[in-house]
Design a protein around this ligand. Structure first.
Ligand code: BGP
Length: 482
């Protein structure tokens, strides 16, 4: 053993596992079961924008291969696995909340199989599997009626699986869909409407509070001692400099992309600065005092945070074009620092200290709420070239990535941050929004040339050892640039 290596011990009862989602793994099952999701709609409208045309139609075929996959989860040492229920597959009639018994039976089997194999199921109610029909009929999450339909769906899911699921999440990254589709117009339906995007944000904040309220009112967590939360993707935000203009710009980014969801989820309040600034730009969402009261009374038990990369922000040096409608970037610009470490495949900066900084933020600014890393991972293209003579991908870069991020996280836990676990993205390679199978994240390879057969990567074996030992070795953390 290299003398410079240090032993990092995980806390007892640490949640250690991996995540994915229904639409990124299940596939349509050969013949379509259930209704289309919003993602299906997007895929059908623009298949050419998906890398090599891969998309949700087959995905990893988890729908047919879940038993094999759960066996592999066990081999990789996962203690927990997060996936989502596909709302469009689970509900037959969105208006009444009538359950599709075939869809429900599938999730029943998946959950039971996980438990049988000693893997805790962690269930998210929406990981972008928003029903296409609700998008077509009501325009999506901009409609408050959809909130009621979502709560009906949530209650059905709580009723069916509440006795076995210990951690529920209302949404995965609730800001993402509308940011990509309606705010930045990068994806179908390629619309730019800031006010509408803000309404989607608000309605999802309210939907989380209403689902939490229904969960508690129905005592659905009683039997299994379950918790409910939301998975957010705040981006650890670093200003270019400590000058007032850069700090202000970073604060504005933080307000629009981080605090907008973190504050109501944990503190029960949407920041008052957000109301003011949206009002100033005529983009304020419709709300009522009664709704704000529901948000106030129904904060989450646990927060999941997906952390991948830092965001570096500076003040704008150009004036806003008055002909362009308001967008949050009115207040900031992204900043490039020299010499940064990059994941060139994904174009994301690698800065593992985000784990520590966000953890301390949870401790110091969010009442030391119970939280966990619900996603972190490294997407790499062309992993075939790292195969050894036995065809096993030698992904030492992934082992390093996980170790370094986890080491920073453990430092924060030592210093009192209430972090309960680490979930890797992802268990197997899977379909990603528009990246399709380009960037591979898995502990387990999905071989597209060979009938989507599975093969554990070197990182899968390493993860198993980590899980068995509850410690790992990694070099001492070195001070990093700010
Ligand atoms: C997260 C999403 C996941 C997943 C991951 C990797 O933000 O919750 O669904 O896809 O990012 O990102 P990408 O697939 O774009 O590389």
């Amino acid at each position: 053993m290299d003398n410079n290596m240090k032993k990092y011990k995980l806390p007892e009862d640490f949640i250690l596992g991996a995540a994915s989602s229904a639409w990124q793994t299940e596939g349509w099952g050969g013949k379509k079961i259930g209704h289309d999701t919003f993602i299906d709609l997007w895929y059908k409208a623009t298949p050419e924008l998906w890398h090599n045309g891969y998309g949700p139609a087959v995905a990893t075929d988890f729908y047919n291969r879940y038993k094999e996959d759960i066996g592999l989860m066990k081999e990789c040492g996962l203690r927990s696995y997060r996936t989502s229920i596909d709302w469009s597959r689970f509900i037959k009639d969105f208006e009444t909340g009538e359950v599709d018994e075939d869809g429900a039976a599938f999730y029943d089997s998946v959950i039971n199989e996980m438990i049988k194999n000693g893997i805790e199921p962690m269930i998210c109610l929406e990981h972008y599997e928003y029903p296409a029909a609700l998008f077509e009929k009501y325009g999506g999450w901009g409609s408050k009626h959809v909130i009621d339909l979502y709560v009906k769906y949530a209650v059905e899911a709580f009723k069916r699986y509440g006795d076995r699921v210990k951690i529920w999440f209302t949404f995965n990254e609730p800001i993402v869909l509308q940011t990509r589709t309606i705010l930045d117009a990068q994806r179908f339906p390629f619309k730019q409407d800031t006010k509408l995007a803000m309404q989607w944000n608000y309605n999802k904040i309210l939907a989380t509070a209403k689902a939490v309220e229904a969960f508690r009112r129905g005592n659905y967590g009683e039997k299994a001692g379950s918790k409910i939360g939301v998975v957010l993707n705040p981006e650890m935000t670093y200003p270019r400099s400590s000058s007032a203009h850069d700090m202000k710009a970073a604060d504005m980014f933080d307000l629009f992309y981080n605090r907008i969801f973190m504050d109501p989820a944990v503190k029960g309040e949407i920041p008052k600065e957000l109301f003011e600034v949206l009002d100033l730009h005529n983009c304020l969402f419709d709300y009522t005092e009664e709704e704000l009261e529901v948000i106030k009374k129904n904060t989450v038990d646990i927060l999941g945070l997906n952390l991948y990369f830092p965001v570096r922000i500076k003040a704008r040096n150009s004036a806003w074009n008055p002909e362009v409608p308001f967008h949050p970037s009115y207040y900031f610009d992204h900043h490039e620092i020299q010499g940064k470490r990059m994941n060139p495949h994904r174009g994301w900066e690698i800065y593992p200290k985000i784990m520590y900084d966000m953890a301390m933020r949870m401790k110091n600014e969010y009442g030391n709420v119970e939280w966990m890393i619900s996603e972190n991972g490294m997407g790499v293209e062309g992993e075939d070239k790292y195969k050894n003579e036995d065809g096993v991908i030698q992904d030492d870069y992934r082992i390093d990535f996980i170790s370094e991020h986890m080491a920073w996280l453990l430092k924060a836990i030592d210093e009192g941050s209430n972090c309960k676990g680490y979930m890797l993205w992802a268990f197997t390679d899977c379909v990603s929004p528009a990246n399709a199978f380009k960037n591979r994240y898995g502990l387990v390879e999905i071989n597209l040339e060979d009938s989507r057969n599975r093969k554990m990567k070197k990182s899968g074996k390493w993860f198993r050892e980590l899980s068995d030992n509850n410690y790992f070795y990694f070099r001492d953390l070195v001070p990093v640039y700010k």
